[in-house]
Design a protein around this ligand. Structure first.
Ligand code: FAD
Length: 424
């Protein structure tokens, strides 16, 4: 049976794997995290419909894990690639999970008894997890991972695990795959807001990023969906969003528009207003880019709900007594505006995923001047690279929303499918 390797199991990679599996192609889906799902698994709702993100993604995650034609390799990264279209040899490095995957049933008894709490990357910094943990409630595979760096070897988890699935020692393993084609869907990272020192991210606890906000407003997130100030745990009375943090900013080395931030800020502003009409919500913006079908109407809906949009950027975030102060020139009215929010959300831009450069080098595919993977033809070949048999899709190619990433995942799958027909 023909085999295809998909690197990165966000929504674009999952879509590519499902489409190929439906054409009877065996897919190796390589994901470096302990669960598949990518960024979409972290989101609360999704624009422009405000559907629950996991309600759309979770069935796809389960489908792909139950499809016999897909082998999922989590905690895994591609180590090397040789060969050419039709006969790539891909070596995958599987990092130790310290769990016998076939034995763990995901009961989480070990998690409940573990006494160690550490920063939870999945909750984007505003939640904690145990040293043995499940990445999130709907993780796929539905099993735990032991974080050996923070484990204190107290032994409680070994005692409580009736299936003896937890390992004291574990090692890296290598898997060799012969593949007709390779699809790269490694997605994006977010701009490090510490670089914009004027907004005092990680200095003032009530200044958070948009991804942190997605976790906070999420019912399965660390606050159970309740909006809270990180400084004192109280509900905020006012929330301000700052757009273009690490987008359209030449000085920050990010001259491009990140495409999704206007829409996700409107989404979150609306969700605040729908749940807590008493909270004042202000969005400081540069231009509103509501470019898709129904997106402009979405913007109008946000305004109707009482979200205030100010065209202008605050120079800095200041602290004054119990609240924050932001002053900006409203470039529509030419008046100075002063806002006193309790919580500031920085709409961080999208950048190439960490390690994109290594993948580019390994596969011999170029990155463009922004660091995202170049596509060979913007008009009719958006998933093609300069290398036959290697395709790119989703936010690995540029900042993209979910519908666009899914469409590209499907398009890359069809290109890879045609390769397998040619190879027969
Ligand atoms: C705050 C915020 C809110 C958003 N809200 C919305 C919204 O409401 N609606 C919408 O349409 N879009 C939204 N987006 C955009 C959305 O997140 C992206 O469109 C979508 O996640 C792109 O999917 P992807 O699969 O291309 O990439 P990703 O979701 O980034 O997935 C990439 C996957 O590849 C893995 N990976 C990376 N490198 C490697 C490697 N070397 N080896 C193996 N695996 C690797 C990653 O771990 C990850 O699982 C939002 C973005 C942000 C930042």
């Amino acid at each position: 049976m023909a085999e295809v390797v998909v690197i990165g199991a966000g929504v674009a990679g999952i879509q590519a794997a499902l489409d190929l599996a439906g054409h009877n192609i065996h897919v190796h889906l390589i994901e470096r995290e302990p669960s598949i799902g990518g960024h979409m698994a972290q989101l609360d709702k999704t624009f422009p419909t405000n559907d629950c993100s996991m309600c759309i993604l979770s069935p796809k995650m389960v489908d792909v894990s139950r499809t016999p034609n897909v082998t999922i390799h989590t905690c895994s990264e591609v180590e090397s690639v040789d060969g050419e279209a039709g006969s790539f040899r891909v070596r995958v490095r599987k990092h130790p999970r310290y769990i016998i995957e076939s034995e763990c049933n995901g009961c989480e008894d070990c998690v409940h008894i573990c006494p160690v709490e550490v920063y939870n990357r999945f909750d984007a910094g505003i939640g904690v997890r145990k040293a043995i943990y499940k990445p999130h409630p709907q993780a796929v595979p539905d099993i735990v991972i032991k974080d050996q760096e923070h484990c204190i070897e107290c032994g409680l988890c070994y005692d409580v695990c009736g299936r003896e699935a937890i390992l004291r020692e574990d090692t890296e393993r290598f898997i060799d795959i012969e593949a007709t084609s390779i699809i790269v869907t490694t997605g994006y990272g977010t701009f490090d807001a510490r670089n914009k020192t004027q907004f005092r991210y990680l200095t003032i606890p009530d200044v958070i990023t948009s991804l942190e906000f997605e976790r906070m407003i999420n019912a399965s997130g660390p606050t159970g969906g309740k909006l809270r100030r990180l400084s004192n745990g109280k509900p905020p009375r006012g929330i301000a969003f700052v757009q273009c943090v690490g987008s359209r900013d030449i000085a920050a080395g990010r001259p491009y528009c990140s495409g999704v931030c206007c829409m996700y800020a409107m989404k979150n502003a609306m969700l605040i207003k729908e749940k807590n009409p008493g909270i004042t919500v202000t969005v400081f913006y540069n231009d509103i880019r509501a470019y898709g079908k129904g997106y402009e109407e979405y913007y109008e809906r946000a305004k109707d709900l009482g979200v205030r949009f100010i065209r202008g950027f605050p120079g800095e975030v200041l602290e004054e007594n119990d609240h924050l102060v932001m002053v900006a020139e409203n470039t529509e009215t030419l008046e100075m505006e002063t806002v006193h929010p309790d919580l500031v959300v920085l709409s961080v831009g999208l950048e190439p995923s960490g390690g994109a450069g290594d993948i580019a080098k390994m596969l011999g595919i170029p990155q463009d001047e922004t660091g995202f993977f170049s596509i060979a033809d913007q008009k009719v070949g958006r998933v093609l690279t300069v290398k036959p048999g290697i395709y790119v899709a989703g936010a690995a190619t540029a900042p993209r929303d979910i519908p666009d990433s899914v469409a590209m995942g499907g398009a890359a799958a069809m290109r890879a499918y045609l390769d397998t027909l040619r190879a027969e």
